[in-house]
Design a protein around this ligand. Structure first.
Ligand code: ADP
Ligand code: MG
Length: 246
């Protein structure tokens, strides 16, 4: 369903993605691990074309993201069509990025405000993430874990084909991490296609179909959790895991 082929991305002279090849099936959960600066966020951002790739391509359900192909040539899609593609891809950020002046339900309904049943749908999404009693609360009245669950509900509002998570629990107090991971686990069980950057190894082990270890803008190693976490083949993977598996 998701196909990333030969993706390269530089910022100035720094090559941040060095030829990434990655595929993921519908309904699968892919966890991306890697040290700070290894290119994890940049990789997620190329998937929904928040970053333009220098080389290579991303396809979702066969459709090129950000480009249309004519013969051998790629033409950039107009912004309007990029936005349409992006609407089919949910994105959950480390910092929840909710609108402070909107209530929980208004934050979730914002992207679908033109739909007649926007509020009803937003309410049911909030129920799904366990926030039925917080529908009318403002972000400042919610804990970090609750705010992140609102952000997840918001990411689901447009019925995305795919949801990307960039360290969704890294900004949370430790006691609030579990409630967010529980929601993500439920989504995975319900068949949501997810790509998750996280350092939560327990979650990765339990939920991931595939784990990808990224270092220096390259995929060093990938495979099922038992393989990558329990018998990593590369020194760099072992060194990284020894630091996060404390
Ligand atoms: N917009 C940008 N401009 C310049 N350099 C960037 C930009 N975004 C990321 N980088 C650099 O790219 C590298 C990888 O960043 P990032 O993808 O955020 O890594 P990670 O998420 O794994 O920590 C870092 O060295 C970072 O400084
Ligand atoms: Mg990052």
């Amino acid at each position: 369903m998701i196909e990333i082929r030969g993706v390269h991305k530089s910022f100035g002279t720094t090559e941040v993605l060095n030829g990434i090849d990655l595929t993921a099936d519908r309904g699968s959960v892919t966890v991306i691990l890697g040290p700070s600066g290894s290119g994890k966020s940049t990789l997620l951002r190329t998937i929904n074309h928040l970053e333009k790739v220098d080389r290579g391509h991303v396809r979702i359900d066969g459709e090129l993201i950000g480009y249309r192909q004519e013969g051998a040539k790629l033409h950039e899609l107009p912004e309007r069509l990029v936005l349409k593609q992006r609407a089919g891809i949910g994105f959950v950020f480390q910092t929840f990025n909710l609108f402070p002046h909107l209530t929980a339900v208004e934050n979730v309904a914002e992207a679908i405000r033109k739909q007649p049943e926007a509020r009803k749908k937003a309410t049911s999404l909030l129920e799904k993430v366990g926030l039925a009693d917080k529908v009318d609360a403002y972000p400042r009245q919610l804990s970090g874990g609750q705010q992140q669950r609102v952000a997840i509900a918001r990411a689901l509002a447009l019925d995305p084909k795919l949801v990307l998570f960039d360290e969704p629990t890294s900004a949370l107090d430790p006691e609030l991490v579990g409630e967010v991971l529980d929601v993500m686990r439920d989504l995975a069980r319900a068949g949501t296609t997810m790509i998750v950057v996280t350092h939560e190894i327990g979650f990765a082990r339990e939920v991931a179909d595939s784990i990808v270890f990224l270092d220096g803008g390259r995929i060093v190693e990938q495979g099922p959790p038992a393989q990558v976490l329990d018998s990593p083949q590369h020194d760099r993977t072992r060194a990284f895991l020894s630091k996060v598996l404390v």
